[in-house]
Write a protein that binds this ligand. Structure first.
Ligand SMILES: [Zn+2]
Length: 345
């Protein structure tokens, strides 16, 4: 059996574990509802139990390490989960220390959005690219940046809080306390809230019928838009415009080879894409307008395979293809010589 990593994706509602090959193939998966109110010791106990299940099912597995992702804020270098809002009782938990002592294996820790970015870059929609921005749009908006073959961490690993870039001066207050965050206007939650405001219980609209006259969610909006409902289509267009504005900022800041959109709302990517594209073409400077914006490919395993790759691909530079692209860019300096000749002529 080939070399494997144990991978864990610790979420506020679900804890997932897997055995992952170097190719990114998942050979076994387990999950459990996260005991998110029970404190860090209980959840670490769950991680150890899931690892036991995976290893018992695959006794021949040659596990070389553990790749782990968890919600931020966390410090990937120090291996410390600082205090995610979705996990009660986690304050500066030295997760790498605890797990490496428990298993006697190397452990790597990464922010969940960064791990998903890495997963999509190595094995998914961003395969073969040098740089990408991954944006996950669901309850909130998160993201990760792979720049020139490496996750861009910034100070204390806190870079790329895409959801909290200010995008307007108005609207609902974000949970972070600010007004006008990308997440506050463009998340699935924000879309559901706009749809709920636009309709009323018992008005007979398709949106309210889909929600059984309860609050309308982003999923209902996408479903109604697919059925051709006019107000749902307008909501989708407004949502796509906000996403397009945010993505334009990301293009200007990071100049990625592509933007990959994941998260629950990417189920409606085909509906959103035309207006996202049109908004980018309206707002981005010329040189950034042709950058592909594509849906994520790996779904909910992006974080797991990305975390596993921290172990299985440790120390590897960017992909071979990215290196080739760089070389082509360099040899493209010949173009300058051509321009000089032209100016002489
Ligand atoms: Zn915010």
């Amino acid at each position: 059996m080939s070399t494997l990593a144990l991978a864990f994706d610790l979420g506020g509602t679900e804890l997932r574990g897997a055995l992952v090959e170097r190719s990114g193939d998942v050979i076994a998966r387990v999950s459990a509802p996260t005991m998110s109110g029970a404190g860090s010791e209980a959840v670490i106990g769950q991680i150890i139990a899931l690892a036991g299940t995976l290893l018992a099912e695959h006794p021949q597995a040659k596990v070389v390490g553990i790749g782990m992702c968890a919600p931020g804020p966390l410090d990937p270098k120090a291996g410390i989960v600082i205090g995610p809002p979705t996990l009660a009782g986690w304050h500066n938990v030295p997760l790498i220390d605890i797990l490496s002592r428990q298993f006697g294996l190397p452990v790597r820790l990464e922010n969940d959005a960064n791990a998903a970015a890495l997963g999509e870059w190595r094995f998914g929609a961003g395969r073969g690219s040098g740089s990408l921005v991954f944006v996950t749009v669901s309850t909130g908006i998160g993201g990760g940046v792979v720049a020139d073959g490496h996750i861009y961490h910034g100070r204390r690993g806190l870079a790329a809080e895409i959801g909290h870039m200010t995008i307007t001066g108005e609207g609902e207050r974000c949970f972070c306390g600010a007004v006008g965050c990308f997440e506050a206007v463009a998340s699935g939650t924000a879309l559901g809230r706009r749809a709920t405001k636009l309709t009323t219980a018992g008005d007979g609209s398709l949106l309210r019928r889909l929600s059984n006259d309860g609050d309308v969610s982003a999923r209902h909006v996408v479903e109604a838009a697919r059925a051709g409902d006019v107000s749902a289509l307008e909501l989708v267009a407004a949502e796509a415009k906000w996403l397009g504005i945010g993505f334009t900022n990301l293009l200007h800041l990071y100049s990625p080879d592509l933007i990959v959109m994941g998260g629950g709302l990417s189920n409606g990517f085909d509906l959103l894409a035309p207006t996202i594209r049109a908004t980018v073409e309206q707002r981005a400077m010329q040189a950034y307008r042709d950058v592909p914006i594509v849906p994520a490919e790996l779904g909910d395993r992006a974080g797991l395979v990305g975390a596993a790759s921290l172990i299985l691909w440790e120390g590897e530079p960017g992909t071979a293809l990215a290196m080739v692209q760089d070389d082509e860019t360099k040899s493209g300096a010949g173009g300058k010589a051509g321009a000089r000749e032209a100016s002489q002529g």
